[in-house]
Design a protein around this ligand. Structure first.
Ligand code: C2O
Length: 548
C-alpha cells in the first residue's frame, strides 16, 4: 500500500438550512465533511488542526485499528481531546478491509455536523465480487437541528430531560422538498438508462435508524459495514446510525425523462421522542432526444416505506444479511467460546444527587446502562491509563459479566432496578474468543439499540424476541455464514448473540450509536491485553498524542 496524507482543519462555517443560518463546526469548511479515499493496505496520515473553541476528537468508524488504538478517537477512551489551537496526526493502516465506512467527531454531540465518508477500494487489480458498476455514488444520511446541538445536549443533561429532536433528516446534508423552504436543498442523482450504479449508503444521523427506498426500483445489497455479503434484493434498506450498506441500483432500460423519489425516514421501535418526517431526493433519468410515446414527463413516483414501528421488517431484514463465506472471503466465525458475557441494554433510572434536577419517577433521573452500570466518563483516556499501568482511580476491571438480577426483561420489570454509576471495563486475554449476548430490557420501554463495537468486527450468530434462553437459543446459532459487522440493532424486546476474537490489544469502546443513549451512559469498554509475541502488543503512543 501507499501512504496518503490529509489535512483536516476544524473550523466554523455558516450554513443555511430550513431558512435559518447557523455557525457549525466543520472540516475545512465543508458540510458534510470531505471524503477519505484509500485502498486496502494503505496507510493514512490525517493531520487534524483544531481552530474552534470546542475540544475535538475524530473517529474512523469501523476501521479495525490493529494495534493502533491511539488513532481510534473516542474522547477519554483512547485519547484526550485535541484542544483549541492544537493538532494531532491520526496515523493508521487499513488492514484486511475494503468497502464503505465513515469518520465522525467522537466527543459530545459534535458529530451532528462533523462527519464524512471513507471509501476503501480493493487492492489494485482486485475486482469487486459483484458486477463492476458504471458509477459509484455516496449517500450519507444526517440529522439537522435549527438550534446549536451542543446547547441541545448540554441543556438536556443539566435538566435530566430528553433533548429536543432534530428538525430534519438530510441526504448529503440536504433536507429535500418536504421541508420548509428546502426545495433548492435537494439531493439529485442523475442517471443513464440501463446501467448499474453502486450506492454507498452511510447513516451518520445521531438518533434515528432509517428506512431507505427509491420508488419503483429494486436494490441489491452487496456489502454491510465494509464486509461483502451474499447479494439479496430488497425494496427497502434498513440502516442504523453507525451502519453502512452498499447496494447496486440497476436503472430501467427505457425510462427517458422520468423522475423517481428517493426517501428516508425513521424506524422507531420504542418510547423515544423522534422527528416524524421524511427526507427526499430525486433520481432523475437523463433526457433523451428519442421521440416516442413515453417521452412525456412521467409523474413523480413515491416509494412505499415500511411503517414507522415495523419491527418485524427490521428483524427479517437483519436475518437476510449473510457473509459470503467462500474460499476468497471466508467467515472466520469462532466455533468455540473462551469467554461468555450476557449484557442487558436499555434505559432506566438512577437516584438523584441533591444538586441535580430529578424529573424522573420517585425523584430519579433518566439514564441508560449496560448490566445496570451507567458508564461515567473518566478525566484521562483509559488507553493511556492502561498503557502506563496507572488504572488506579481511573477505571476498574470488574464490569459485570451478567446483570445483577434476572427478571422478565421484555415484560413488566421489578420495582427496584436502580442503575449504578461507574467507570468499569471488561478485561480479555489476547486472542480469547468471546460470545456476547445483548438483551434489550423494557424498564422504560422496549427499544432497538444499535450497538457499535470499536476495534473489531463481530459475527451476528443469533437473534430472537423475548428473553434469551441460554439452553435452547445457542442450538440455533448460525456459525457458518453469519453477518460480520461493527454495528447491530439489538431487536426491540429481544436479543442478539455476537461472537468475536479478541485479537486486537488495546482499549475498545462499545456503545449504543443513538447519541442520546451514549450521553445517558449506554456504553462500556473492553481492555484486550497484549499477547506474548512482539506483533501481538499495542504499539507505544505517538509523541503528539494530546494531553488532558
Ligand atoms: Cu461511530 Cu464510537 O462510534
Amino acid at each position: 500500500g501507499i501512504t496518503r496524507h490529509y489535512k483536516f482543519n476544524i473550523k466554523l462555517q455558516n450554513v443555511t438550512r430550513l431558512c435559518q443560518t447557523k455557525s457549525i463546526v466543520t472540516v475545512n469548511g465543508k458540510f458534510p465533511g470531505p471524503r477519505i479515499i484509500a485502498r486496502e493496505g494503505d496507510r493514512l496520515l490525517i493531520k487534524v488542526v483544531n481552530q474552534v473553541q470546542n475540544n475535538i476528537t475524530l473517529h474512523w468508524h469501523g476501521i479495525r485499528q490493529l494495534r493502533s488504538g491511539w488513532a481510534d478517537g473516542p474522547a477519554y477512551i483512547t485519547q484526550c481531546p485535541i484542544q483549541t489551537g492544537q493538532s494531532y496526526v491520526y496515523n493508521y493502516t487499513i488492514t484486511g478491509q475494503r468497502g464503505t465506512l465513515f469518520w465522525h467527531a467522537h466527543i459530545s454531540w459534535l458529530r451532528a455536523t462533523l462527519y464524512g465518508p471513507i471509501v476503501i477500494l480493493p487492492k489494485k487489480r482486485v475486482p469487486y465480487p459483484f458486477p463492476q458498476p458504471f458509477k459509484e455514488v455516496l449517500i450519507i444520511f444526517g440529522e439537522w437541528w435549527k438550534a446549536d446541538t451542543e446547547t441541545v445536549i448540554n441543556q438536556a443533561m443539566q435538566t435530566g430531560s430528553a433533548p429536543n429532536v432534530s428538525d430534519a433528516y438530510t441526504i448529503n446534508g440536504l433536507p429535500g422538498p418536504l421541508y420548509n423552504c428546502s426545495a433548492k436543498d435537494t439531493f439529485k442523482l442523475k442517471v443513464k438508462a440501463g446501467k448499474t450504479y453502486l450506492l454507498r449508503l452511510i447513516n451518520a444521523a445521531l438518533n434515528d435508524e432509517l428506512f431507505f427506498s427509491i420508488a419503483n426500483h429494486t436494490l441489491t445489497v452487496v456489502e454491510a459495514d465494509a464486509v461483502y455479503v451474499k447479494p439479496f434484493k430488497t425494496q427497502t434498506v434498513l440502516i442504523t446510525p453507525g451502519q453502512t450498506t452498499n447496494v447496486l441500483l440497476k436503472t430501467k432500460s427505457k425510462t427517458p425523462n422520468a423522475t423517481f423519489l428517493i426517501a428516508a425516514r425513521p424506524y422507531v421501535s420504542g418510547p423515544a421522542a423522534f422527528d416524524n418526517s421524511t427526507t427526499t431526493g430525486l433520481l432523475e433519468y437523463e433526457k433523451t432526444s428519442v421521440t416516442s410515446n413515453n417521452n412525456k414527463k412521467l409523474p413523480l413516483l413515491k416509494p412505499v416505506l415500511p411503517k414507522l414501528n415495523d419491527t418485524s421488517f427490521s428483524f427479517k431484514y437483519n436475518q437476510k444479511i449473510r457473509s459470503l463465506a467462500n474460499s476468497k472471503f471466508p467467515a472466520n466465525v469462532p466455533q468455540t467460546v473462551d469467554k461468555n458475557f450476557f449484557f442487558t441494554v436499555g434505559l432506566g433510572t438512577t437516584s438523584c444527587l441533591t444538586n441535580q434536577n430529578c424529573p424522573g419517577p420517585n425523584n430519579t433521573r433518566l439514564v441508560a446502562s449496560i448490566n445496570n452500570v451507567s458508564f461515567v466518563q473518566p478525566n484521562i483516556a483509559l488507553l493511556q491509563a492502561h498503557f502506563l499501568k496507572r488504572s488506579k482511580g481511573v477505571f476498574t476491571t470488574d464490569f459485570p459479566t451478567n446483570p445483577p438480577f434476572k427478571f422478565n426483561y421484555t415484560g413488566t420489570p421489578p420495582n427496584n432496578t436502580l442503575v449504578s454509576n461507574g467507570t468499569k471495563v471488561a478485561a480479555l486475554p489476547f486472542n480469547a474468543t468471546v460470545e456476547l449476548v445483548l438483551q434489550d430490557t423494557s424498564i422504560i420501554g422496549a427499544e432497538s439499540h444499535p450497538l457499535h463495537l470499536h476495534g473489531f468486527n463481530f459475527f451476528v450468530v443469533g437473534m430472537g424476541f423475548g428473553n434469551f434462553d441460554p439452553k435452547q437459543d445457542p442450538t440455533k446459532y448460525n456459525l457458518f455464514d453469519p453477518a460480520e459487522r461493527n454495528t447491530i440493532g439489538v431487536p426491540s424486546g429481544g436479543w442478539v448473540a455476537l461472537r468475536f476474537r479478541a485479537d486486537n490489544p488495546g482499549v475498545w469502546f462499545m456503545h449504543c450509536h443513538l447519541e442520546v443513549h451514549t450521553s445517558w451512559g449506554l456504553k462500556m469498554a473492553w481492555v484486550v491485553l497484549d499477547g506474548k509475541k512482539a506483533n501481538q502488543k499495542l504499539l507505544p503512543p505517538p509523541s503528539d498524542l494530546p494531553k488532558c
